[in-house]
Ligand binder design. Structure first.
Ligand SMILES: CCCCC/C=C\C/C=C\C/C=C\C/C=C\CCCC(=O)SCCNC(=O)CCNC(=O)[C@H](O)C(C)(C)COP(=O)(O)OP(=O)(O)OC[C@H]1O[C@@H](n2cnc3c(N)ncnc32)[C@H](O)[C@@H]1OP(=O)(O)O
Length: 251
């Protein structure tokens, strides 16, 4: 698992400067298929500086901030000898595109590709839609997301749209499954909506590994109020491991 997590975090750190693209093709990508080499040769100037959306912004309310500080403080702990070491949790950075010019790259025009953005990170107004940060606990094989739902996510009046909740569950379980198993696609997502989530509120989205069977990773997920007293949503998800070319080239 730590191998996957390391790769995942390195991947995130290099977002916007993906090694797939920054590596000069002549020496290092010669063993890759021609279509992947084509992706690798896009000009470097297409990359803009990436903003890490998982960091606090002015829209975050007191509950988001308090929980963020709580889990951030557990990302680094001090030993008895006063040495700082990694704690039980790790914060996952988050960007608005995971791999530029990647998914379906050979089928989509460069214009569409250059405009493509991660669904949950594509609204510029801070606080308007999906405000969230993910933490992962490797040892416990758990992922925790602090989610503040903005006013553009309305479904039933005053409450969050079920599709927006499903999006966040897919995001959390999908990221978790990627950490656990490498590249995956959502094959199945079951959701029971138990109680509405008020717009503007902060909730916890927690996923846990249920089991792994060959290429299949089964994850459970629960959305609760921040004190855990109210269950908003319960869910199970199945992710199937894929070959990277499935992601990059749709094959
Ligand atoms: C350089 C790479 C970097 C990678 C980085 C990747 C991600 C970065 C991570 C995070 C990014 C940030 C945020 C993430 C945010 C959101 C995550 C969103 C994820 C999605 O939003 S993703 C879109 C929706 N998703 C699809 O668009 C999938 C469409 N679909 C397919 O692409 C295929 O369908 C596929 C690939 C799923 C399987 O196809 P396949 O041909 O590979 O495998 P096959 O069909 O043989 O199934 C193998 C075994 O799974 C069982 N199985 C399959 N499907 C099942 C089902 N539905 N129910 C029950 N069991 C099922 C079979 O029964 C068999 O089981 P068994 O082996 O036991 O027989």
């Amino acid at each position: 698992m730590s191998t996957h997590l390391g790769r995942f975090l390195r991947g995130f750190r290099s977002l916007g400067s993906s090694p797939l693209v920054r590596t000069h093709p002549s020496a290092r990508v010669s063993s890759r298929p021609a279509s992947v080499r084509a992706i690798a040769t896009f000009p470097l100037s297409i990359f803009s500086k990436s903003r890490d959306y998982s960091l606090p912004n002015s829209s975050w309310g007191p509950e988001m901030m308090q929980l963020y500080e709580h889990y951030t403080s557990q990302c680094e702990v001090e030993t008895a000898a006063g040495e700082k070491v990694g704690g039980p949790w790790k914060r996952l950075p988050s960007y608005n595109r995971s791999l530029k010019y990647a998914t379906g790259g050979v089928y989509l025009s460069k214009i569409i590709q250059s405009k493509a953005r991660l669904f949950t990170r594509n609204i510029r107004e801070v606080g308007a839609a999906f405000e969230y940060v993910l933490f992962v606990n490797e040892k416990e094989q758990r992922c925790l997301c602090l989610f503040q739902a903005g006013h553009l996510l309305e479904g039933p009046p005053g409450n969050v749209h079920g599709g927006a909740i499903a999006t966040m569950i897919d995001t959390v379980t999908g990221t978790h499954a990627t950490i656990l198993s490498g590249p995956v696609m959502t094959a199945n997502l079951n959701i029971n909506y138990r109680s509405p989530i008020p717009l503007g509120s902060t909730v916890l989205i927690e996923s846990a590994l249920e089991k792994k069977e060959g290429r299949k990773t089964f994850v459970t997920c629960k959305v609760t109020s921040t004190n855990g007293s109210k269950v908003h949503t319960e869910s199970t998800a199945l992710f199937v491991s894929i070959n990277v070319s499935h992601l990059l080239l749709g094959q």
